[in-house]
Design a protein around this ligand. Structure first.
Ligand SMILES: [Zn+2]
Ligand SMILES: [Zn+2]
Length: 329
């Protein structure tokens, strides 16, 4: 962030042009299974996936503008293309006097993330107010009473994890259905547990990982979530499965070979290598056979996922770079 005094910050806030609200007016994205999803993802460059209706983002990339208005941020791992914009995210929310964000990171990197903020505070004397939570695989964080997020195991060479969002509903126990309202009310006030809880996996986000997460028995909910947002860094025979594994990533051919395991209604593929031309990705995706065909989809534009192929959408965050970047990301 630029050096500014507090009073300058206030002036900035009351400036006529507010880029965040401007962006709010121009909401972009697509609806998948009832969720609007926005984002951008290019391996080695930037990955940030946003669910505005839940006010949360998975990974922050370089901190795209639309991420700033999200209250919750879930970081999958510490590679720069996933976490690089973190101080900017917190600083910009502070600049606009937004509520300090809640940031969830793998517990193994929490201490270093704290140090990162300390360094920035030492450099610019800013507050960088936020709440940082370290989550281990299997642990849950309640975003709301009716919404929780659980970390799941991924395989990427450095500490990493994915996240599953669950909706939580209370249902009346069968023995009480049909009772008059006042009887139910009386039972409840007398301390009888009249409801039970149903948790449904809605959206899963893998971050970077080898395909091993697919066959991990503890990850069944990941493959049952309505929407699975997963990486597919490599898509054709320019790279082999072995190459993908060497760099801790997944090859599309592995997704195809595990096709029977995916119960998801939609699979959103992200994090394609910058080496591919758009056409190569489109060709690879369109060649995906049943039972995945039609459930995997694509759009070419970076922040706008606006090409719905069918009800079961498949998706491809785009790419425009051709350089060979650090593939270990
Ligand atoms: Zn990456
Ligand atoms: Zn990575």
């Amino acid at each position: 962030m630029e050096m500014r005094t507090r009073s300058c910050d206030s002036e900035e806030k009351h400036h006529d042009w507010d880029p965040i609200s401007e962006l709010e007016k121009k909401k972009k994205g697509i609806q998948i299974e009832g969720y609007q999803i926005e984002g951008l993802s290019i391996a080695g460059h930037e990955t940030c996936v946003i669910l505005p209706s839940l006010s949360l983002a998975f990974d922050i990339g370089k901190c795209p503008q639309r991420a700033i208005s999200q209250q919750y941020l879930f970081i999958s791992h510490g590679h720069m293309d996933h976490i690089g914009g973190l101080p900017m995210y917190v600083a910009t929310r502070g600049l606009y006097r937004m509520k300090p964000p809640t940031i969830i990171v793998p517990a193994a990197i929490k201490e270093n993330v704290e140090k990162l903020f300390e360094v920035h505070r030492a450099i610019d004397h800013s507050e960088l107010a936020h709440k940082l939570i370290g989550l281990n695989v299997g642990e849950e964080f309640y975003v709301r009473k009716d919404l929780k997020v659980k970390a799941f195991r991924t395989y990427h060479g450095i500490p990493s994890q994915g996240y599953v969002i669950y909706s939580i509903k209370q249902k009346l126990k069968q023995e009480y259905t049909g009772l008059p309202g006042n009887e139910i009310k009386n039972l409840k006030s007398s301390g009888v547990e009249i409801t039970y809880t149903i948790s449904s996996p809605e959206v899963a986000f893998t971050g970077d990982t080898m395909s091993d997460f697919i066959v991990d028995d503890t990850n069944t909910d990941v493959l049952r979530a309505k929407i699975l947002i997963m990486e597919s860094t490599y898509v054709n025979n320019l790279s082999t499965v072995e190459d993908a594994r060497d760099y801790g990533h997944t090859h599309l051919s592995e997704i195809v070979s595990y096709a029977d395991r995916f119960e998801n209604k939609a699979i959103l593929l992200i994090h394609f290598s910058a080496r591919y031309k758009l056409e190569e990705i489109q060709n690879a995706i369109s060649a995906v056979p049943p039972p995945l065909a039609g459930r995997v989809f694509t759009t070419y534009r970076r922040f706008l996922m606006n090409k719905v192929v069918s009800n079961y959408i498949t998706h491809l965050f785009s790419l425009s770079f051709t350089c060979e970047m650090n593939r270990s990301c």
